[in-house]
Each structure stands twice: as structure tokens, then as C-alpha cells.
Design a binder for this molecule. Structure first.
Ligand code: PEP
Ligand code: MG
Length: 762
């Protein structure tokens, strides 16, 4: 056996993983692995055994070197044979002469008797054993360390690729085998709710790169066809712009204006020249787009480089009008589920919202713009389903669980029935809750705990008011910043803030200053960092850029001249200095406006407690402001060191972790000692079990997404302060989140709120 040099090992590793990722189907993926490994390591056998999800047995799925008849036939329990031993020990086993080992079991159909040496390594993904990778050799000789470590590395990398290939295969089967039903795809929760519906893959726009060269049949005819397509595209963009405006603030239109400008320029002219030279219109368009994209992509400037993507998008739009009708967007079915690689707000603008059942995106997270929008529209969403073979899902029936971030394909009749029940229960619950929505939120003993709305779009103002929100507890001002292609000016911001203050007057409206960075990037202000959540975000950016911060503060203050319900909130504060500097700038903005003759009232000012450092400074912070607002989304991620958007560690992200509960208690105690009110505005405040604890801690108000308001009020109105305090005291004695959650869920059931627990809202 010859050992390869480490660098070629690395190359081989990279190549195998790449090839496996590109495999057409699962069988091909497995066959690539065994063929490549056997060839590269100069060994006699390479085989893969996978654990059957149905029987739990290890089945020989592919082999290079063993008899092919045995593939799919040989199988064993994890308590049997050497392969079973590798699986049950979950570690490599390297033997000079396998037949001498007490666990050796002989399978005559494999022809295995000829091979003496044996090396098996487990294939494990996220603690779950997928199978065993085995290499064998005729001669009795131990495999050397380099081979062992190569196979361990390969197996670790293949685990993901194998799951992906298996998943695609399972999803792709139209007539699923028993083992292919209830295929579960994991993502992250985007917006709550459950749905059943047919998938509509977003943008069935043609792929420019797949257009072949072809000679134009008649130049005049081809030019006319192109002109019609360009006009249709122009109308489409104008229509999109109008529809987007109905959903979002006018600034979204800025992007479409840029498209219209591009349509008017040389893109059209250069395509026409190519058509005149004999190329058919789609081919001419493809070449023009490629040429322009190349020019942009070569540019130094990041912003300009990204304009290449706009040209490509525009090219695809024109192309969709050039190609036959079957490529055009079809009718959107009732309850249809919009599925896409990377869905954005403009995809949403293209579908009839009243028929939209759910949203599923292979990329993005719960804090992506489209997820925020989905919550505002009360449409369930699952984000970040990275293994999703999007192009194979068109028209397939999907079950969507927006609470847990799960998607099911090929459901069994039982699972489907369960979802039908959940959807019905949810509808009944919502109808039942609607009457409750307009009642004030107070505990059974009469302590008011107002429920406010988290908002960030003009579009949610009406639903917020109708849902019984008692004010806006968190207005995320970054949304109008994110959907533009430049910083919005002071006047534009003033208009947005004025409308919100006016709509809710006299109820309080809390405008949070710009909180970008982390996972919320501004397209025109790129920040590249290795650890963005620990980097330049929130107040750290705005304090470094007074030219951005001051106009925002001025716009907020100007909006409060007529409406005295403004509260200003600073995000991501981790030092007292940051708060002091922010207050100085706020004061400066107010002084300027007073000098300009405006009667600006003194706004209430608050600080977000969302970084562990702020928990331990809570009293000092509270003394300097009027109120505190706890951002549990970030606080939990920083306390537990778990990225809030990373599906791989999502099971560790739990606001009911005893450390989180303790931190929240510290904040509540600090607020009480300083006499300042404290509200909770993270997603935790919408979780029924968690609400009981927040009531027990004495939180003064909660702020949640609009669709959650009725449910939150229901929980508040079902408990007395004493009962909540007693439950909190019991939870303090428990050591893990699951015990805490089940204790609280039992309390919900006892209080008659079993519906919330059963509908998966908890
Ligand atoms: C939070 O961190 O809990 C919060 C409310 O703010 P955001 O989700 O916008 O970071
Ligand atoms: Mg936050």
C-alpha cells in the first residue's frame, strides 16, 4: 500500500467531496466515493454501509472490490460483525487480520474471505450515525496512521454530502418508497404558523447561461420580437414597483427605478447590434448581459461590483418575455407555497398575497427581511433550508411548520392529517383570540402588562392597530435603510417616523436607532468581518458615523413635534460610555432643532439590554434613561454563545436555559431598584411558557410581532401575579430547559391554554 503525500490527500479529499456534491443522484454519489477512494489509496476494497432509517440495520450500499451481487443484500445489526462494531463504538477500527477478530462475521456472498486487513470508520453527522466506510486489503497488514486520518476526514466531510444526496433522492421520488415518506427538511423558524400547499418555485425565469447560439430566422422579425420583450419588461417593472409600494415604503421603488434606467441604455442597443449581425434575440441578449456583468465584476468598488447582479436579473426578465409562454409565471394556486433559493421582498411582490400559504427559502434566516415581512403578513415561513433541491419542488405538496422551521415532502397520510388538524386548530384559535385582542392586557389580579407591537414596515401599521397593540414597543428603523440603495435622507426618514407616531398617537411608539451589522447588512455600506455578531454593529456603527446618526435622531425628534408619543431606544449598548455619547448626540440634535425654532419635546429614552455586559451594568444604565427594553434574541445568543441564525446549533438556542432566566431576573431586579420600567421585545416574549416567567419577574410590558399579540394577551389574562411568581420559583430549582418548559406547559394546560401548547405554539 502506498501512502500519498498530504497535499495530494487534501486535493483528493476536495475532489471527491466536490464530485459527490455534484452527483445526479444518491447511487451515483455513493459509487463516486467507493471508486475514487479505492483508486486513490491503492487498496483492494472500498465499501459503504448505511444505516437504514426504517430497520436501523447497516446495509451494504456500494462497493468497489466486493461482489456486486452482495450490494443491497448484505445487512447486519449494529451488534453484529466488525462493521457493526465500528458503528456501535463510533470510532475507527484498524485490523491487520480481520478474520482473527472475535467479532468477525463472514458473509459468503461478498467474497470477503480473500481480504485480511480491515479499516472501518464511522460516518457521523450531528451526533447521528449515518453508516460506515470500510477499506480492505488482501494482505495482512495494518493500515498506517495517514490512511486512518484520511478516511476519518473524508467520512466527516462526506456526511453532509451523503445527507444532501439522500435527501434530494428522497424528495425527487414522485412515488415514494416507504422509507421516503415524511422526508423532513430542517431550516430555521422564519414566521410562525403551519401550512399545507403546493410549491411554486419563485421566478421561473429562464437561465441565461443555458441559452444556445442560434441563427436569427429573420433579422427584422427578431428585432421586433426583442422590442416587444423590452417593452413588456418595462411594464412589468413599473407594475412591480406599484405593487411593492402597496406593501412597503416607497423606497423599494428606488431599485426598480435603477432597472428602468438600465433598460433605457446601451443594453438594448448592443443587443440589437448583435441581432443585426445574425444572432437570435435570446443569444444576443445573453452575450450583452455577460459582457456587461464582466465589466462590473472587474470593478474594484464593491457596490459597483454588485450592480452586475442587477444586470443579470434584468437580462433574465427580458428573456422570460422572449421565450415561449410556458416559461412565463403561471397562476399562483390558492394556498401556494413560495419556494426559492434566496427569496427577497421583490419575489413576494410578484405573488398574490391573499393566496400565499407559506414561504420557504433555502437561504436566509429568521431575521432576513422576507421573514420579517412574512411575520407582518401572518404567513408562515421557513428559512435557511440549506439542503433544499429547489428546482425539483415545483408543484409538489409541502407541509410547512414555521414554528420549528421544518418542511415535509412526501407526507404519509397520518402526517398530512396531523397538519390538517393543526391548520384547523390554528384557524379556530385565531378566530377565538380575535375577540380577546381588543381587551386590555392585565393579569388576573388586575396588574396591567401592556402588549405592544414589534414593527419595521409601514405595511404593518394597520394590522398592528387592528390586532390590539397598545403601542409600538420596537420599531426597527433598519428596514427602510436595508431596502434602499443609499442612506435615506433626514426628510425621508421624518416622513416615515411621523406617520408611525401619528397612527398610534397617544399610544407610545419606540423608535430604535439604526441597528445594522451582524446579519443585517446594508447593500451600499458593506462591512466584511470574520465575526460580524461580535463586530461593528448597532450603536458601534452609528457612534462612529455621526453624519448618519444625527440626521436619524433629528428626523425622530422632528416627528415628535406634533405627536408627543416618541420614545427613542439605543441598541447594542455594552458600555456606559456608549450610552453617554449617544445621549450627548441626542441632546445636540435637539438643541439644533430648538435653535431652528422647532418646539421639540424631550423624548423618553431607553436602552436595549441585549449584551451580557449590559446585564451587569443594568442599574448604572437604568439611572441614565427612562426605560429599559430587553432584546432577548441577541441576549440569548450572546449568553449561550449560540448564533441565532445557525441551524446547526439551533437546538442549543433556548431562552428557557437557566442562565437566561437568571440574567432576566437580574435585569428586572435592577430596573425595580432604580424605579425604571422594563419591557421585553425579543421573540421570547411571544412564547407562552416564557411569558409566565416574565410575568413572575415583574416585567412591565411585552412587545411582540403583530400576529402574536392576541395569544400573548390570552396568556397574560390567564395568570395571577402570585401564580406566575410561584411557577418562577419552581423553575429556579430546575436544571435544564426541557424540565422548565414542561413544567410551564403543564401550567398552561391547567390554566385552560392547552390549545397553545398543542398547536405547537410553544
Ligand atoms: C433582540 O435582539 O431581541 C431584538 C429585539 O432586536 P433584533 O431582533 O432586531 O436584533
Ligand atoms: Mg437585537
Amino acid at each position: 500500500m502506498t501512502a500519498s503525500a498530504p497535499s495530494s490527500m487534501l486535493d483528493l479529499l476536495r475532489r471527491v467531496v466536490q464530485e459527490v456534491n455534484g452527483a445526479e443522484d444518491f447511487d451515483e454519489a455513493l459509487s463516486i466515493i467507493v471508486t475514487r477512494v479505492k483508486g486513490a489509496l491503492d487498496i483492494d476494497v472500498c465499501s459503504i454501509y448505511l444505516k437504514s432509517p426504517r430497520s436501523g440495520r447497516l446495509v451494504l450500499m456500494a462497493s468497489e472490490g466486493l461482489r456486486q451481487e452482495s450490494v443491497g443484500q448484505v445487512e447486519m445489526d449494529v451488534s453484529e460483525g466488525l462493521v457493526g462494531l465500528v458503528a456501535s463504538r463510533a470510532e475507527p477500527i484498524n485490523l491487520e487480520n480481520a478474520s482473527e477478530h472475535p467479532r468477525f462475521r463472514y458473509f459468503p456472498e461478498t467474497g470477503e474471505e480473500e481480504f485480511l486487513s480491515f479499516l472501518g470508520v464511522p460516518i457521523i453527522q450531528q451526533r447521528k450515525l449515518l453508516g460506515v466506510l470500510v477499506v480492505q486489503h488482501r494482505k495482512a497488514r495494518r493500515f498506517d496512521d495517514e490512511h486512518v486520518s484520511f478516511l476519518v476526514t473524508l467520512a466527516a466531510q462526506l456526511a453532509g454530502a451523503i445527507t444532501h444526496a439522500e435527501f434530494t433522492d428522497e424528495i425527487a421520488s414522485e412515488t415514494p418508497l416507504v422509507s421516503h415518506v415524511n422526508v423532513e427538511a430542517k431550516g430555521v423558524a422564519g414566521a410562525p404558523g403551519v401550512a399545507i400547499g403546493r410549491a411554486v418555485v419563485a421566478y421561473r425565469l429562464a437561465d441565461l447561461d443555458s441559452i444556445p447560439d442560434r441563427e436569427a430566422r429573420g433579422v427584422e422579425q427578431e428585432l421586433a420580437r426583442f422590442a416587444i420583450a423590452v417593452n413588456a419588461t418595462r411594464e412589468e417593472i413599473e407594475g412591480l414597483k406599484a405593487r411593492t409600494q402597496a406593501l412597503l415604503p416607497a423606497e423599494e421603488g428606488a431599485l426598480f427605478d435603477a432597472y428602468l434606467l438600465l433598460l433605457g441604455d446601451s443594453l438594448v442597443h448592443r443587443t440589437e447590434t448583435r441581432i443585426q449581425a445574425g444572432q437570435w434575440a435570446p443569444g444576443a441578449l445573453r452575450d450583452t448581459v455577460r459582457e456587461s456583468v464582466r465589466v462590473f465584476e472587474d470593478m474594484e468598488d464593491e457596490y459597483l461590483r454588485e450592480r452586475g447582479a442587477d444586470i443579470r436579473d434584468l437580462g433574465r426578465r427580458i428573456l422570460s418575455h422572449l421565450l415561449p409562454a410556458e416559461d412565463a409565471e403561471g397562476d399562483f394556486p390558492e394556498g401556494g407555497i413560495l419556494v426559492g433559493e434566496d427569496l427577497t421582498a421583490s419575489h413576494l411582490a410578484e405573488v398574490p398575497i391573499e393566496r400565499l400559504g407559506a414561504i420557504v427559502s433555502a437561504r436566509g434566516s429568521g431575521s432576513s427581511h422576507i421573514a420579517i415581512l412574512a411575520r407582518a403578513l401572518n404567513v408562515p415561513a421557513v428559512m435557511g433550508v440549506s439542503d433544499l433541491p429547489v428546482s425539483r419542488l415545483e408543484d409538489r405538496e409541502l407541509l410547512v411548520d414555521g414554528y420549528r422551521g421544518r418542511l415535509y415532502v412526501n407526507p404519509s397520510p397520518e402526517l398530512r392529517a396531523e397538519f390538517v388538524r393543526l391548520v384547523r386548530e390554528e384557524r379556530e384559535l385565531e378566530e377565538g383570540l380575535r375577540t380577546l385582542a381588543l381587551q386590555p392586557a392585565a393579569t388576573r389580579d388586575g396588574r396591567p402588562v401592556p402588549v405592544m407591537a414589534n414593527s419595521g414596515l409601514l405595511a404593518d401599521i394597520r394590522p398592528s392597530l387592528e390586532s390590539g397593540a397598545e403601542g409600538v414597543g420596537l420599531y426597527r428603523t433598519e428596514v427602510p435603510f436595508i431596502i434602499r440603495d443609499r442612506f435615506p435622507g433626514e426628510d425621508e426618514q421624518f416622513e416615515i417616523y411621523r406617520q408611525i407616531l401619528a397612527s398610534f398617537d397617544p399610544m407610545p411608539v419606540t423608535l430604535r436607532t439604526l441597528d445594522v451589522g451582524g446579519d443585517k447588512a446594508l447593500p451600499y455600506f458593506p462591512v466584511r468581518e470574520d465575526n460580524p455578531f461580535l463586530g461593528w454593529r448597532g450603536i458601534r456603527i452609528t457612534l462612529d458615523h455621526p453624519e448618519i446618526f444625527l440626521p436619524q435622531l433629528r428626523a425622530m425628534l422632528r416627528a415628535s413635534v406634533e405627536h408627543h408619543n416618541l420614545q427613542i431606544l439605543f441598541p447594542m449598548i455594552s458600555t456606559l460610555e456608549e450610552l453617554k455619547e449617544s445621549l450627548i448626540l441626542l441632546n445636540r440634535a435637539r438643541e439644533e432643532l430648538l435653535d431652528e425654532g422647532l418646539q421639540v419635546p424631550v423624548p423618553k429614552v431607553g436602552v436595549m439590554i441585549e449584551v451580557p455586559a449590559a446585564v451587569y451594568l443594568v442599574e448604572a444604565l437604568a439611572r441614565r434613561v427612562d426605560f429599559l427594553s430587553i432584546g432577548t434574541n441577541d441576549l440569548v445568543q450572546y449568553l449561550l454563545a449560540v448564533d441565532r441564525n445557525n441551524a446547526r446549533v439551533a437546538n442549543l438556542y433556548d431562552p428557557l436555559h437557566p442562565s437566561c432566566i437568571r440574567a432576566l431576573e437580574l435585569i428586572a431586579e435592577g430596573a425595580r431598584r432604580t424605579g425604571k420600567p422594563v419591557s421585553v421585545c425579543g421573540e421570547m416574549a411571544a412564547e407562552p411558557a416564557a411569558i409566565i416567567l416574565l410575568l413572575g419577574m415583574g416585567m412591565d410590558s411585552l412587545s411582540v410581532s403583530v400576529s402574536a399579540i392576541p395569544k400573548v394577551k390570552w396568556v397574560i389574562r390567564s395568570f395571577t401575579t402570585d401564580r406566575a411568581e410561584a411557577l418562577l420559583a419552581q423553575c429556579r430549582l430546575l436544571e435544564n430547559p426541557d424540565q422548565i418548559r414542561s413544567l410551564l406547559n403543564n401550567a398552561l394546560v391547567q390554566a385552560g391554554l392547552g390549545g397553545l401548547v398543542r398547536a405547537g405554539k410553544n
